[in-house]
Design a binder for this molecule. Structure first.
Ligand code: PEP
Ligand code: MN
Length: 338
C-alpha cells in the first residue's frame, strides 16, 4: 500500500498514521520528497481500511498494491484448484463440465425425463431448483424438500451429481445431507451469514455472480467461504444487469481470463440466465468454452413452453445435446474435452 501525504502535512499526523499501521503489525517506510512525503506499507494489509486513511484531510492519495483477497489469490496458490463434486472434477486444464436441468423441479416424473435427456446428451451433473428466489411473491416458489427428494431420485437413477440452490442457512443441514453441489444464487452473493455458514461446510459451493457486482466483490464473496475453511468454491458468471434490453442480462465473458489470472478457482458460465433467450444459449456456450470456461450450467426442459419458470431460456434435450456435441469440438481445439 502506498500513502501519499499532502504538502505541509503536520509531522504529528504522519506519526499518528505510522503508529496506527505499525500497531497492526505492518512495516512502514517513509520516503521524504521536496513537496510530498510518501509511505510504503508492507505486510498483510487486508485488514487496513484504505478509505478511512484517505478520509484524513492531510492524506492526498492511497493506492493498494496487493489485492484484498488471500485465499482465492493465484499469487499464493499458483496451481488451478480442481473441485471434486461427488467424483466429477471441475477445474484444471483437461475437462469442461456441462451441467443441465430444469430451472425448477416440477415433480418426479418430469424431472426423471429431463435427467434422462441430460445424461444421454453427455451432461455431467443435474441442476434443479427446489427453493426458488422469485421476483414476485405470487410466483411459484419451488417444491421445497419434495423437490430435493425428486433430485435425489434422479441421481439414484442416472448417477448424475445434483446441484440445487440454497437460499437460507436454516436449510443447510438438508442440503448437506442430499445435495452434491450447493448453489448460491445471484441474489444471495452478498448474504454474508449464508456465506459464513457455507464456509463451515465441506460441500462444494457454486457461487453465482451478483446481479450488479464487480469482479472484486464476487471474489471477496468467495473469500468469505474460503476464509471459513471451505476451499471448494466454483465461480459462476450468469450475466450482469446493464442498460441493454435485448437480453435478460449482459454476459461478461471477460471474467474467464480475469478470474483465471487473479484466482485459482474454477469458473463456469450460465448462458441461460445471462441471455434469457434459448436462441442465444448455444452461441454463448461455444464462446464460453473457447474463452477457457471450466464448464457450463444450462437450463433444460422437455417442454419449455410449459415450464414453471424460465421456459424462454430453457433448451430441449436435443438442443442441449447439440450444444455438447459442438462444444466438444471447440474444447478439443484448445486441448480439452467434455
Ligand atoms: C437459477 O439458477 O435458476 C437462478 C435463479 O439463477 P440466478 O441466481 O443466476 O438468477
Ligand atoms: Mn432459472
Amino acid at each position: 500500500m502506498i500513502i501519499t501525504m499532502k504538502k505541509n502535512a503536520p509531522d504529528s499526523e504522519m506519526h499518528a498514521i505510522i503508529e496506527n499501521l505499525e500497531g497492526m503489525g505492518l512495516k512502514v517506510t517513509l520516503i521524504q520528497g521536496a513537496d510530498y512525503n510518501v509511505f510504503g506499507v508492507v505486510g498483510d494489509t487486508t485488514r487496513v481500511d484504505e478509505k478511512l486513511i484517505a478520509a484524513n484531510p492531510h492524506v492526498d492519495h492511497v493506492a493498494r498494491v496487493a489485492a484484498p483477497f488471500k485465499k482465492a489469490n493465484r499469487l499464493f496458490h499458483p496451481q488451478d484448484t480442481i473441485v471434486d463434486v461427488a467424483g466429477v472434477k471441475v477445474g484444471g486444464q483437461e475437462n469442461v463440465v456441462v451441467i443441465g436441468g430444469p430451472c425448477s423441479v416440477e415433480g418426479e416424473e418430469p424431472l426423471l425425463e429431463i435427467a434422462k435427456g441430460v445424461k444421454e446428451a453427455g451432461g455431467a451433473m443435474l441442476r434443479g431448483g427446489a427453493y426458488k428466489p422469485r421476483t414476485s411473491p405470487y410466483a411459484f416458489q419451488g417444491m421445497g424438500s419434495e423437490g430435493i427428494l425428486c433430485m435425489v431420485k434422479a441421481r439414484e437413477k442416472y448417477g448424475l451429481p445434483i446441484v440445487s440452490e440454497l437460499m437460507s442457512e436454516s436449510k443447510l443441514p438438508e442440503f448437506e445431507e442430499y445435495v452434491d453441489l450447493i448453489q448460491v444464487g445471484a441474489r444471495n452473493m452478498q448474504n454474508f451469514d449464508l456465506l459464513k455458514a457455507l464456509g463451515k461446510s465441506t460441500k462444494p459451493v457454486l457461487l453465482k455472480r451478483g446481479l450488479s457486482n464487480t469482479i472484486e466483490e464476487w471474489i471477496m464473496a468467495a473469500e468469505y467461504i474460503m476464509a471459513g475453511g471451505n476451499e471448494n468454491v466454483i465461480m459462476c458468471e450468469r450475466g450482469i444487469r446493464t442498460f441493454e434490453k435485448y437480453t435478460r442480462n449482459t454476459l461478461d465473458l471477460s471474467v474467464i481470463p480475469i478470474l483465471k489470472e487473479k484466482t485459482h478457482l474454477p469458473i463456469i458460465i450460465d448462458p441461460s440466465h445471462a441471455t434469457g433467450d434459448s436462441k442465444l444459449v448455444e452461441s454463448m456456450s461455444l464462446a464460453a468454452i473457447a474463452a477457457g470456461a471450466d464448464g457450463l450450467i444450462i437450463e433444460v426442459h422437455n417442454n419449455p413452453k410449459c415450464a414453471w419458470s424460465d421456459g424462454a431460456q430453457s433448451l430441449t434435450p436435443p438442443a442441449f445435446a447439440q450444444v455438447i456435441e459442438k462444444g466438444r469440438k471447440i474444447a478439443q481445439v484448445i486441448g480439452r474435452d467434455i
